[in-house]
Design a protein around this ligand. Sequence first.
Ligand SMILES: *[C@@H]1O[C@H](CO)[C@@H](O)[C@H](O)[C@H]1NC(C)=O
Ligand SMILES: *[C@@H]1O[C@H](CO)[C@@H](O)[C@H](O)[C@H]1NC(C)=O
Ligand SMILES: *[C@@H]1O[C@H](CO)[C@@H](O)[C@H](O)[C@H]1NC(C)=O
Ligand SMILES: *[C@@H]1O[C@H](CO)[C@@H](O)[C@H](O)[C@H]1NC(C)=O
Ligand SMILES: *[C@@H]1O[C@H](CO)[C@@H](O)[C@H](O)[C@H]1NC(C)=O
Ligand SMILES: *[C@@H]1O[C@H](CO)[C@@H](O)[C@H](O)[C@H]1NC(C)=O
Length: 427
Amino acid sequence: MFGGGVGLRLSTSLVAFLTLFSSLSNAQQPKNAKALGEVLGGIPDLSIYYNLLKNNTDILFEIPNLAGVTLLAPSNEAFNKSQDFQPDNTTYLTTLLKYHIIRGVINTQSLSVGPSIYAPTLLTSSDQTNVSTGQNVIITRQDEETTVITTGLGSRSTISDPADISFSGGLIQIIDTLLVPPAPLEKTARDAYKDLTGFLGALYSTDLVSTFSQSKDVTILAPRNSAFQKIASPLSSLTKEKLTSILKYHLIPNKIIPASSFFIPSANFTNGTLDSQEGKQVLVTRLGNNLFFNRAQLLQADVLISNGVIHIIDGVLNPDLEESQQVPEEDVKSQSVAFTQPVSGAQTSTGTKVPVPFTSYLPCTSDCPVTTTSSAEVEEATTTTRGGVSTRSSSGMGVMPRCTGVGGYVAAGVVGVGMGMGFVGAV
Ligand SMILES: *[C@@H]1O[C@H](CO)[C@@H](O)[C@H](O)[C@H]1NC(C)=O
Ligand SMILES: *[C@@H]1O[C@H](CO)[C@@H](O)[C@H](O)[C@H]1NC(C)=O
Ligand SMILES: *[C@@H]1O[C@H](CO)[C@@H](O)[C@H](O)[C@H]1NC(C)=O
Ligand SMILES: *[C@@H]1O[C@H](CO)[C@@H](O)[C@H](O)[C@H]1NC(C)=O
Ligand SMILES: *[C@@H]1O[C@H](CO)[C@@H](O)[C@H](O)[C@H]1NC(C)=O
Ligand SMILES: *[C@@H]1O[C@H](CO)[C@@H](O)[C@H](O)[C@H]1NC(C)=O
């Protein structure tokens, strides 16, 4: 039974919940596991979390109790240090609490060191996510002592000691930082992974943003900015239709594929193929610890967004090449670019001196003030290497408020804050 030592007034329904699990005969749990209230009440460092749960009993009742759950319980310090915590905002709190409950029991001792796993949470509302199993958190056991949870906008949290605290409905893991529910593609690319602004701009220029950011359960292969810079010249001569088909080749619909499954033969993706939205298949090749999609190398894996995941790659994929031209070279470093190499003297092979194509299509934000049409035209006229589709003026994009293009220059060659946090090759 719920211990009498907690000394808090609880609603009848909450008492019912907090004691519920003790009456279940869950084979995964030790027979003597305590009820949730008793366990949480006994950990002073979880008092803020415990009080929040007690105020949000509706969430507790959603827990699929028979299967068991893992509560990712932020410590008091995690709440105290958060800049985003809004204790009086019910919408925010509901989202936050649901995203901190995993469906299923995750025991850190049973995770193998290296490969990341995706664990679905109770966050399913379509206002917040379009991941049909419930938005994921990514869990990585880095070494015997350290287990990290990666969530939206490149944020990371660490499971504190003691780990694997059992209660009658599953496990509690204390975490040192609040998890961030993954944001839409647009915000993720603009605010956290600025190396994807060229890709995002290309999606805006072809009206594909909602296809990529609102379809349920997607895997996106997103070329970094330098991949677009390298082929700025061939890109600038493409029609909007052609660019649309190229971009759709980077969308794998109806599947959220963790990078670790590309490395695990039993998942059938290693040296296999992916069905793209464009219709043609993308080859997946593992060469040692390097992974290639056609000839583009995986640079950063597992960037969670509200409708799935992005894997960042170093080249733009071309659906029109023969299969023999898509197979990567065995020598990892010698992959060719999938489009005609640029010839203009204004461009360099590394592309870093070329403005990032398509960034002028990004809608303006407060950081990027709306410019008048005339100054945007002047800017364009003097920027001969700017990429873009040849149908631009007829597509109606010309009248859209847009950024001055300065953002594109600033982003050139700058690695997004999230880069370097991935584990590519570590599995
Ligand atoms: C619980 O809800 C009440 C009333 O809405 C509020 O006054 C109190 O501050 C809340 N407690 C916590 C810990 O959020
Ligand atoms: C959190 O902040 C409150 C007041 O702002 C303070 O009383 C409390 O000691 C802090 N707790 C931790 C764990 O930092
Ligand atoms: C409450 O949180 C929601 C979701 O995070 C947010 O959209 C909304 O603006 C917040 N409301 C206030 C008053 O801050
Ligand atoms: C989920 O998709 C629907 C349309 O299919 C859209 O209205 C909603 O905004 C999407 N949610 C998010 C978080 O992007
Ligand atoms: C991989 O392919 C084999 C043989 O086609 C099949 O039996 C197995 O279920 C597949 N594995 C997955 C994870 O789809
Ligand atoms: C995948 O294919 C490449 C080249 O075709 C080959 O070198 C490699 O051994 C293959 N890997 C696996 C796991 O089959």
